[in-house]
Write a protein that binds this ligand. Structure first.
Ligand SMILES: [Zn+2]
Length: 241
């Protein structure tokens, strides 16, 4: 039996035995980014949030599902105006993701659920997904975890009405609930920040999101996390059945 749902925390014997007995049936691959998240939120947010949801969802299905090492750098060319953002070319990201799917397939896992936390990854992955399925011959699905949210839930929980929104109320609430040390408002002075956003509409959004983020609470974040975890575990459950 695996001792942790996180692949990298296991010694090889736990994984080998769980595969040999047929107990381990599915893998979740979290995908995120390392990119600017406005003035207050840590750059790892999309990776950390996708991993958080994936881990809790896999724990609900323990010991049938393993979570792989996340893809912590995504497709973030659109945020390169902000110092610190890391980006992969879409074709490189797609190839790395393919190879991770292929690795778990080669070990005999036939159900692969990719759980995404960065909107910029979604389009390029959707374009490749059918090709992945045909080349790998296994069951593969891809979802951004916020697909779990209905418009009613968003209206009820998010004062701004905005979800996911970049580093806005939703992502800030998630972080306050799951990893509050990633939220740092100390000495933030948006109006004095030397921002270099070349696209005027992005600059406008950035300012709006900065203000909306102040509406976030840990309580709202916890509600949203619980819904996403249930939704992802149900998706995985239906794949492994
Ligand atoms: Zn984000």
């Amino acid at each position: 039996m695996i001792k942790s749902v996180l692949l990298w925390e296991n010694q090889r014997r736990y994984i080998r035995e769980a595969l040999d007995t047929g107990e381990l049936k599915g893998a979740i691959i979290p995908t995120g980014s390392t990119e600017q998240h406005n003035e207050h939120l840590a750059m790892i947010h999309d990776t950390a949030s996708a991993l958080h949801v994936s881990k809790l969802a896999a724990e609900k299905l323990y010991p049938q599902v393993i979570v792989t090492t996340p893809l912590a750098i995504g497709i973030s060319e659109h945020w390169m105006d902000h110092k610190g953002t890391l980006t992969l070319r879409p074709e490189v990201f797609g190839e790395v993701l393919y190879d991770v799917c292929d690795s778990v397939r080669r070990h005999g896992i036939e159900n692969v659920l990719i759980i995404n936390g960065h909107a910029g990854n979604a389009g390029p992955v959707h374009e490749r997904l059918e090709d992945f399925r045909q080349r790998l011959g296994v069951n593969i699905a891809f979802h951004s975890y916020w697909e779990a949210y209905t418009s009613e839930l968003i209206e009820e929980q998010m004062t701004s009405g905005n979800c996911p929104g970049h580093a806005s109320e939703f992502e800030t609430a998630f972080a306050l609930a799951a990893f509050p040390n990633n939220v740092d408002w100390k000495d933030v002075n948006y109006d004095n920040a030397k921002l270099t956003i070349s696209d005027p509409s992005r600059a406008k959004n950035d300012r709006e999101y900065h203000h909306e983020a102040k509406l976030a609470t840990a309580e709202k974040g916890q509600v949203m996390i619980d819904v996403a975890v249930n939704w992802v575990s149900e998706r995985m459950q239906s794949m492994i059945q």
